[in-house]
Each structure stands twice: as structure tokens, then as C-alpha cells.
Design a protein around this ligand. Structure first.
Ligand SMILES: NC(=O)c1ccc[n+]([C@@H]2O[C@H](COP(=O)([O-])OP(=O)(O)OC[C@H]3O[C@@H](n4cnc5c(N)ncnc54)[C@H](O)[C@@H]3O)[C@@H](O)[C@H]2O)c1
Length: 376
């Protein structure tokens, strides 16, 4: 086995800790040829830094990200901070000569994403962006089904991500609910990359967008006894089209923070004249496959644990969020080492920039009340 890949994390909040958890059970990837370990953490919050003291491989804990990125022993930096900080920190990571595992949406807006992408190009560092849900076994089966050609001529694509906790008006505001820190794209910046990863990877590039964006709650408790503005879009429905086999195919992206009863429901449905596939984290074991034979049948299949890389977990056991997050990290490390070998990979900088172009067209459409082209 080659030398372990040493990873540093900037931003040890929700996703920083999820990364520590994934790297901490790297041995669950059965026969994976490269080791990866978390060696350094940066967060401005002392309480967050304290949590990482329990991780045995971590040697550097700092409040200054510049100290982390200049640490010679670190190969890859994973950055999970609020969106308004992406551009500066991502560029600094690349300029320090480190590979970057970036969080979505890859900059607070299109201009930031383009600036980061320019530095990626000149730096020649390995850069990918996080999106883990396509690594769930059911989602992987959908991808395999599409690639098999069994769908025939495409009819339509629907991809979505729904949350519900914002329905509670007493939920305090946070940086994801304010334009200054989340971005004008709001819920799209938060959930958009997740719904676009598979469609973009299948080559389905939206030409036009008709967007319906909703702001339902305009303020929320500030956590200090007062109220604070909550000025991001809560829900976004994007009606798009892409070209396939000489025809335009409708594709709908649904991103919602106000979807009654839904806790992290991510779904994809792809329909063709000969076959179809449907998967949702609502029923994470269940894969639906449509076959048009003499009779038209939707088959319901219980999928097991098999994803992109083999693991020690029994094949019939259920997969969950920590499993797809580990698989995504496996894909990052494998692709960086040039051994992805046709397996499904993490979001590329080009795909992240394209997502921002779709968000920009959506914002323009919501303004003009017309479909707007996805430019560039
Ligand atoms: N892949 C996913 O499923 C997923 C899920 C949630 C969030 N995200 C993305 O991850 C990123 C972070 O989101 P989160 O939910 O983990 O946020 P969070 O608020 O839980 O954590 C952010 C952390 O960054 C720290 N931080 C802020 N400024 C910093 C600085 N200058 N230097 C070092 N640390 C700093 C904060 O103290 C906090 O601990 C965002 O880009 C978000 O869109 C991805």
C-alpha cells in the first residue's frame, strides 16, 4: 500500500465532522489500495476545534486556515465553510499547492465560481466538489440502467431534494438563510448541486430554464430574543430542457426547504419509452425499474449495500448517509490517484460552474417571468 493521503479540513461543522467520521472508518472500504487519514483541522470556533481532539490521527488543530494550508505534510484540503468564504479559501488552498475537495456550491455565485475555476486551471491541482447521494446503491443502479441504454428514447427527467424543518417559523436563522452568506441563489446554492450531479454526468445540459422561486418566511428568530431577516429563496422549481437524440427532453429540478414532512428526501426519476428508473431516499432500499414488454411493469427491487467500491458490510444490509459519504471520499481518492477506472466520480469544477449558470438563468427567469437561456 502506498503512503496514506493526508487530509486537512477547514470548517469542522456539520460536514467537517461527517468527513472525520468517513475517514475514521476508511478500513470499511474492503481492499481499497490507498489509505486516507485526517491529520489537521481548522475552525474559528473553539468548541468545534475541541471536538476534533478525540480523533487520534489529527496532529494539527488551528483557528488559522493559512497555518493549515502551508503545512507541508498535507496533500488534500477539504473545505466546508459558509458560501461567502469559498472563493478566497479555495483559491488560497490551490495557491498553497494543495489538492482541493471543495464543498458545493463552489463559490457564492457564478462570478466566484468562474474565478475559482480559472485558478483551478492554472494550478493544475486535483479538484472535485462534494455530492454524496448519487453514491447510494439505489442511485448507482439508476445510473447503470441509464447507461445500459434500456430506457430507449428519453421522455423526461425529474430530480429533487426536499427538506421540511424550515416549516417551523421558530427555527432560528442561520448563515444558509441569508443572501450575504448563502448567496442570492438561496435554496439552489444549498441543494442544487445534489440534484444536478447525475443529470450533468449523463450529459444532460439544460438549454433554458423557467424558474418558480418562492420566499415564504421573510424573517426568523435571531437566537438572541429578536428577529433577523431571512432573505433567501425557500423553494425552487426549475423547468428545463436538454437535447437528446434530436429532440428536446423536459427536465425538472426541485429544491425545497419547505416540503411538508420531508427530511432529506433526495430523488431521481428518469423515464424513456422502453424503460424507466426511480429512486428516492424516502425508501432507501427500494429501486423501481420500469420495463415495457408485452405488459408494462414497474418492478420493485430491494437493493443491498453494493455501491461503487466494495466494503466489509454485508451485501444485504441497508446503506445510509455515512455510507454514501464514505463512497464519495473513496471516489475522490481513487480519481486523484488515477484509478477510478470508469466508476462514478465526484462533481468536477466544470459541472459546478454549470450549476451556477443554471442558477443564474433561474434568477433571471424568476425576474422576467419567462424561460431564460443557460449562457456559456
Ligand atoms: N455535501 C452535503 O451534503 C452538504 C450538506 C450540508 C452542507 N454542505 C456544504 O458544506 C459547507 C459547510 O456547511 P455546514 O453545514 O458544514 O456548515 P456549518 O455551519 O455546520 O459549519 C461551518 C463551519 O465553518 C467554520 N468556519 C467559518 N468561518 C471559518 C473560517 N474562516 N475558517 C475556518 N472555519 C470557519 C464555522 O465555525 C463552522 O464550524 C457549505 O458549503 C455547505 O453548502 C454540504
Amino acid at each position: 500500500m502506498s503512503k496514506p493521503v493526508s487530509i486537512g479540513v477547514i470548517g469542522g461543522g456539520l460536514m467537517g465532522r461527517e468527513t472525520a467520521s468517513a475517514l475514521g472508518r476508511w478500513f470499511a472500504l474492503d481492499g481499497f489500495p490507498i489509505k486516507a487519514e485526517l491529520v489537521a483541522v481548522c475552525d474559528i470556533a473553539e468548541k468545534v476545534r475541541e471536538w476534533f481532539r478525540q480523533v487520534p490521527t489529527v496532529k494539527l488543530i488551528t483557528a488559522d486556515y493559512k497555518e493549515l494550508i502551508h503545512e507541508p505534510g498535507i496533500d488534500v484540503v477539504y473545505v466546508a465553510v459558509p458560501h461567502h468564504l469559498h472563493e478566497q479559501i479555495y483559491i488560497d488552498v490551490l495557491s498553497a499547492g494543495k489538492d482541493l475537495f471543495a464543498e458545493k456550491p463552489f463559490g457564492i455565485d457564478l462570478s466566484a465560481a468562474l474565478n475559482i475555476a480559472r485558478v483551478v486551471d492554472v494550478s493544475a491541482r486535483f479538484v472535485r466538489i462534494s455530492s454524496e447521494l448519487p453514491f447510494l446503491p439505489g442511485a448507482q443502479r439508476v445510473i447503470q440502467f441509464v447507461k445500459s441504454g434500456a430506457l430507449g428514447k428519453l421522455i423526461e427527467v425529474r430530480s429533487g431534494f426536499w427538506h421540511a424543518s424550515d416549516l417551523d417559523p421558530t427555527k432560528p436563522v442561520n448563515w444558509k438563510r441569508q443572501v450575504a452568506t448563502c448567496g442570492e441563489a438561496g435554496v439552489m446554492a444549498d441543494l442544487g448541486m445534489h440534484v444536478m450531479h447525475i443529470p450533468f454526468r449523463m450529459g444532460w445540459k439544460p438549454k433554458r430554464v423557467y424558474a418558480q422561486l418562492q420566499k415564504v418566511y421573510s424573517q426568523r428568530p435571531d437566537g438572541k430574543g429578536g428577529m433577523a431577516p431571512c432573505d433567501t429563496w425557500d423553494n425552487a422549481m426549475l423547468h428545463t430542457e436538454f437535447d437528446s437524440d434530436g429532440a428536446e427532453v423536459p427536465m425538472r429540478f426541485e429544491m425545497k426547504r419547505l416540503a411538508p414532512g420531508e427530511t432529506n428526501t433526495w430523488f431521481i426519476e428518469i423515464l424513456g419509452v422502453d424503460g424507466g428508473a426511480r429512486f428516492s431516499t424516502k425508501k432507501p432500499k427500494t429501486l423501481w425499474i420500469f420495463e415495457r414488454g408485452k405488459e408494462q411493469i414497474w418492478k420493485k427491487i430491494d437493493v443491498g449495500h453494493a455501491s461503487v467500491f466494495p466494503t466489509v458490510t454485508g451485501g444485504i444490509f441497508e446503506a445510509g448517509f455515512p455510507d454514501c459519504f464514505l463512497q464519495m471520499w473513496g471516489a475522490f481518492v481513487a480519481e486523484r490517484a488515477g484509478i477510478l477506472e470508469g466508476r462514478f466520480g465526484c462533481v468536477t469544477p466544470d459541472e459546478a460552474v454549470l450549476s451556477h449558470k443554471v442558477f443564474a438563468a433561474a434568477l433571471a427567469s424568476n425576474e422576467s417571468r419567462r424561460a431564460e437561456p443557460v449562457r456559456g
